[in-house]
Design a protein around this ligand. Structure first.
Ligand SMILES: Cc1ncc(COP(=O)(O)O)c(C=O)c1O
Length: 399
């Protein structure tokens, strides 16, 4: 019998080599207590959270928590059913209404995760004979959606407008075309030139889907994302998003103005063949989304945090993923995995949690310490964070 696990041997060896040096496993951290959106207890120590994607800090919002508790009491712990059978409660509809109001769009469809939203929408609208033109650094859920639908995949160089145009021009006349872009790319925290890319896609007869997972709530005048900030939200056919970042819970969605959008509820397999979100989750999501519509002050404070952290890390001598802060993600580039893991551990010992990201999730084989800021981080916490980066950087020889 051949061992189907043998393909994982190189990864197992790499992991064992890393851990044999006595390093804490960076992918197995347990938070013993979570005190707020910015502080948890890890290994018995107060730890500032700088790697949660909890951009708007909604997880402990009193109104959000109260809505979840009420729904739990009134509707029970789960729906035990698909959205198309017994799994649509009034809360699911209210959540979709909140999304329609937030984006000013006609249709909204809530999925159980953002991963499933990409999987479902992409695989359902682009099938075997259709072409999907996508940025090579797209999220795994986008690639998996392309694979599930069996469409022809045409990747182009990251954020390269000319490369996108060239790929589009080569697609046979009359073929179905979908361009898939992200507002913010989560590895380096850079934003897409959506204005130009959407124009090029439109000029070449393609529909456009933008994943705004990392920009919802924060970027754009109303927090609708990079497409809003760059004035092209009305030219985008589908916006995909998640509740697991700014919204502060779990779930995913697609909003659109397409007149035939509602048919997707019957033909989208990752929507039909899975249980819907629990009532408490959709209640927290709806409450959070409605509050995010009035989040201008929080957005402004988050931009201040992002600028301050970016400038501070640069001044300490770290190499960052972007020249200027473009989002609430600031990626610190490490020379290799060993140094990255050592720096990650040194930061944790100082009392700071960041995400360690490594290939294949990262572009160009990079090891990154990904920092994601929260609107609830105080300016003093950002000072503390910078001091910890300084100490850990000097201890590991990174700076
Ligand atoms: C760009 C992007 N799209 C989709 C997702 C999936 O979101 P969820 O956590 O809701 O499955 C993520 C999550 O990391 C993401 O970064």
């Amino acid at each position: 019998m051949s061992d189907l696990f043998s393909k994982f041997d190189p990864l197992i060896e790499q992991r064992e080599a890393l851990l044999s040096s006595g390093l804490t496993d960076p992918f197995n951290l347990v938070m013993e207590k979570v005190e707020s959106p910015t502080v948890a207890i890890c290994n018995g120590r107060r730890t500032i959270l700088l790697g949660t994607y909890n951009y708007m800090g909604m997880t402990f919002d009193p109104d959000v928590i109260a809505a979840g508790k009420t729904a739990l009491d009134e509707f029970g712990s789960g729906t035990t059913g698909s959205r198309v059978l017994n799994g649509t409660y009034s809360g699911h509809k209210a959540c979709e209404d909140a999304l329609k109001a937030f984006y000013g769009m006609d249709h909204a469809m809530v999925f159980s995760t953002g991963y499933q939203a990409n999987l479902g929408i992409i695989s359902t609208i682009a099938g075997k004979d259709d072409y999907i033109v996508l940025d090579i650094d797209s999220h795994a859920s986008i690639y998996d959606g392309c694979a599930l639908g069996n469409a022809q995949i045409v990747p182009f160089r990251h954020n390269d407008i000319d490369a996108l145009e060239k790929r589009l021009r080569r697609i046979p006349e009359g073929a179905g075309k979908l361009v898939v872009l992200e507002g913010v790319y989560s590895m380096l925290g850079d934003i897409a030139p959506l204005k130009e890319m959407v124009a090029v896609s439109r000029a070449n007869g393609a529909m456009v889907l933008v994943d705004e997972a990392h920009s919802m709530g924060f970027i754009g005048e109303n927090g609708r994302g990079v497409a809003e900030a760059q004035g092209v939200i009305d030219d985008v056919d589908f916006v995909i998003g998640t509740f697991s970042k700014s919204v502060g819970t779990v779930g995913g969605f697609c909003v659109s103005n397409h007149p035939k959008f509602e048919i997707l509820r019957l033909v989208c397999r990752p929507y039909v063949f899975t249980a819907s979100l629990p009532p408490s989750v959709v209640a927290t999501a709806a409450t959070s989304i409605r509050k995010l519509m009035h989040g201008a002050d929080k957005r402004a404070h988050l931009w201040e945090n992002s600028k301050k952290l970016h400038a501070g890390l640069k001044a300490l001598g770290f190499t960052l993923g972007t020249e200027q802060p473009q989002s609430a993600i600031i990626a610190v580039i490490m020379p290799d995995l060993e140094t990255g893991a050592a720096m990650w551990e040194a930061l944790l010992k100082e009392g700071l949690y960041v995400n360690l990201a490594r290939p294949p999730a990262t572009p160009a084989g990079m090891t990154l310490l990904r920092c994601s800021l929260c609107a609830e981080h105080s300016s003093e916490q950002v000072d503390e964070i910078l001091a910890m980066f300084g100490a850990a950087g000097r201890a590991t020889g990174c700076i």
